[in-house]
Design a protein around this ligand. Structure first.
Ligand code: NAP
Length: 250
């Protein structure tokens, strides 16, 4: 039996990852913050594939909540084989408009939570085990109003590489996936706050920038995460995997 905890798995990339990993034999911790009904719907898809699902609500900026989520997962599944740090939230603003609470919330949610998540999960991780973080191409290429999120993701990438070295003796790999544009609620929110013409204009422009002529689906990114969770990826660790259909290259 294998078990995976995926943060932010009530929707978007996290939900697609939960559903895919269930199909590959994992019991799943479905984590959410606000939308319990969406999390339960993902859990139903997990159970329909014959796997167990544990739905946990946790505000990731709260260390106690993160540690409690891991405890609940360990109580239910006895340990974890894979941890996917996927959830993120931030303020989409020019750097000049950022206030202390924006910095605090973004860094607590993305950077602090990852440290607390791995600290709590690490004693219970299988050997071999897998940790995957979800960063973004905004650490590679400037995006309007994305400076704060990108800075937190850059820190997340650095922590990914450092954890990879610390955990390598236990055959636990730690890698990061950097998606390009993906069709999710958060991409829509970003477009509506920061792209002239809103979501439809952004979607058309982003697809035109991508050699395949489309945005990624959540499933495209989930399959990369699942690949890194697989036995075949045992020798890949400490890496930042850009999964953008060659958009940044082109
Ligand atoms: N979409 C893109 O184009 C794109 C591109 C590059 C990278 N990424 C990255 O991919 C990851 C997933 O993105 P997505 O677009 O799939 O996300 P999404 O649809 O916006 O979903 C975000 C998930 O994270 C949870 N979440 C957000 N803030 C939280 C907090 N403070 N505490 C606990 N849970 C929280 C949400 O839970 P609730 O809904 O319950 O609040 C939800 O499950 C993110 O790290 C994002 O930065 C996305």
């Amino acid at each position: 039996m294998a078990a995976a905890l995926i943060t932010g798995s009530s929707r978007g990339i996290g939900a697609a990852t939960a559903e895919l990993l269930a199909g590959r034999g994992y019991d799943i911790v479905v984590h959410y913050r606000r939308d319990g009904a969406a999390a339960e719907a993902v859990a139903d898809v997990v159970r329909a594939q014959g796997r167990q699902a544990l739905v946990v609500m946790a505000e990731l900026a709260d260390e106690t909540a993160v540690r409690s989520m891991v405890e609940q997962a360990v109580d239910r599944f006895g340990g974890l084989d894979a941890v996917v740090a996927n959830a993120a939230s931030s303020a989409f603003k020019p750097l000049g408009e950022l206030r202390r609470h924006h910095l605090q919330a973004t860094f607590d949610t993305i950077v602090g939570s990852f440290v607390h998540l791995v600290q709590a999960a690490e004693p219970h991780l299988a050997e071999p085990g897998r940790i995957v973080t979800v960063s973004g191409f905004d650490t590679v290429e400037m995006l309007p109003n994305h400076g704060l999120l990108a800075a937190a993701k850059a820190a997340l990438e650095t922590l990914t590489r450092y954890w990879a070295v610390e955990l390598a003796p236990r055959r636990i790999t730690v890698n990061s996936v950097l998606p390009g544009y993906v069709e999710t609620d958060s991409a829509r929110l970003y477009a509506e706050t920061s792209h002239p013409g809103g979501w439809e204009a952004a979607r058309t422009a982003w697809a035109a920038r991508t050699p395949a002529g489309r945005l990624a689906t959540p499933g495209d990114i989930a399959r990369v995460i699942a690949l890194l969770c697989s036995a075949d990826a045992a020798w890949i660790t400490g890496q930042l995997i850009v999964a953008d259909g060659a958009m940044t290259l082109a």
